[in-house]
Design a binder for this molecule. Structure first.
Ligand code: ATP
Ligand code: MG
Length: 360
């Protein structure tokens, strides 16, 4: 059996550096590794509508933003299938059947959904679609027989839910679905990159993001006003690294060669950290270094994005072709699912024959 990737993003805004270190950077590496038979990258507009039902224009506008970010980061339509979730109706059909395999209490236990409900003030009025999105995610993953799902840590409960559905389906109806594995970033700082405000997660919905397409002045402004260690007041004070967003970002982005280029007094990040915790190193110096690192990382992405922005019809065409290919694959899986569930009445000659005999 081949190795297949499925992953994606909700078109609720432009992509940010949290997406980049949590999943996007890895996707591009995996794409270029040549180790995968198929790579499906989905813009999850139907999922985005589950908590933006009254704002479809937001979702519609952001599809192109996400697609541009994909291409800018190096996802290559020749190697990866980029597609739009809502264009694959088979996904809804799969979700509908999977719903019978999951209990309400199981959905209620999902910690990511729990915290997202809180964040959106949905407590008293959770849309059913939002509540069940982990099931639709299982449909997305299994429709493409994905073996590998590279995502950030917040997706762990979704993958667990998917695996449970796969096991249940296969045990009830016979082996038709493939059980996927989550691929988390191996760098701890990238599992769940905090926002510039130091809050738990950089998230489009929280407005604490540095976007991949951000202009240099904006990046600098955001880095300079970043959350650090509130007890590190004088330069001579010893500083703390834990919960210090500037250092978390350095953990996520810094390469040793950046020291030679931007901060030659140190050889590597450990030396900089040691100086900070000893005392005698000011926040501004570290922030200036982080700014240089981020500028170096984001400049090529921003420039490539500007090139693709010149040919928007091409980008929509990439998504259209990708959606056509994705639909063909999902349709084949749905066919197999219906065969396994024995709801393929008209293709089942044995059924027709045996019913004919029964009534003869
Ligand atoms: P929303 O607020 O609309 O949910 P989001 O910023 O959480 O948006 P998603 O589209 O839900 O982004 O997530 C897309 C992918 O990026 C997922 O794989 C998710 O795990 C990953 N991701 C999102 N935010 C972060 C983060 N701060 N750090 C690491 N990975 C992240
Ligand atoms: Mg999210």
């Amino acid at each position: 059996m081949g190795k297949i990737i499925l992953t994606g993003d909700r078109p609720t805004g432009k992509l940010h550096v949290g997406h980049y270190v949590g999943s996007l950077r890895r996707r591009v590496e995996l794409q270029n590794s040549g180790q995968f038979d198929d790579i499906f990258i989905m813009i999850a507009d139907a999922q985005a509508l589950t908590d933006n039902a009254d704002n479809p224009e937001k979702v519609r506008q952001n599809i192109i933003e996400v697609a541009l970010d994909y291409l800018a980061c190096g996802l290559d339509p020749e190697k990866s299938t980029l597609f739009i979730q809502s264009q694959i109706p088979e996904l809804c059909e799969l979700s509908f059947y999977y719903m019978n395999l999951v209990t309400v209490s199981r959905l209620q236990r999902n910690p990511t959904v729990k915290s997202e409900i809180q964040m959106r003030n949905f407590e008293a009025s959770i849309p059913v679609g939002f509540f069940t999105y982990p099931i639709s995610q299982a449909a997305d993953i299994t429709a493409f027989k994905a073996t590998t799902v590279p995502v950030g840590e917040d997706q762990l409960p979704m993958l667990e839910q998917t695996k449970e559905i796969v096991r249940k389906f296969n045990s009830v109806y016979g082996e038709a679905l493939v059980e996927p594995e989550i691929l988390l970033p191996d760098n701890k700082a990238c599992l769940r990159l905090p926002g510039t405000d130091g809050k738990a997660k950089m998230s489009k919905s929280l407005g604490n993001c540095i976007y991949l397409s951000e202009e240099p002045e904006e990046i600098q402004k955001k880095v300079f006003s970043m959350f650090t260690d509130p007890t590190h007041i004088k330069v001579t004070d010893p500083g703390k690294l834990e919960g210090n967003t500037v250092f978390t970002y350095l953990d996520a982005f810094c390469k040793d060669e950046y020291f030679g280029e931007f901060l030659p007094d140190y050889n590597n990040l450990q030396e900089l950290k040691d100086h900070y915790t000893r005392g005698g190193l000011g926040d501004m110096k570290v922030k200036r270094f982080l700014n240089n690192v981020l500028q170096a990382e984001l400049e090529p992405i921003r420039n490539r994005r500007k090139e693709y922005q010149k040919d928007i019809p091409y980008v929509y065409d990439v998504l259209k072709k990708g959606s056509e290919k994705a639909e063909a694959v999902a349709a084949q899986t749905l066919k197999e699912v219906k065969e396994a569930m024995k709801i393929n009445y008209f293709d089942d000659h044995e059924l027709i024959q045996s019913q004919a005999e029964r009534f003869s």
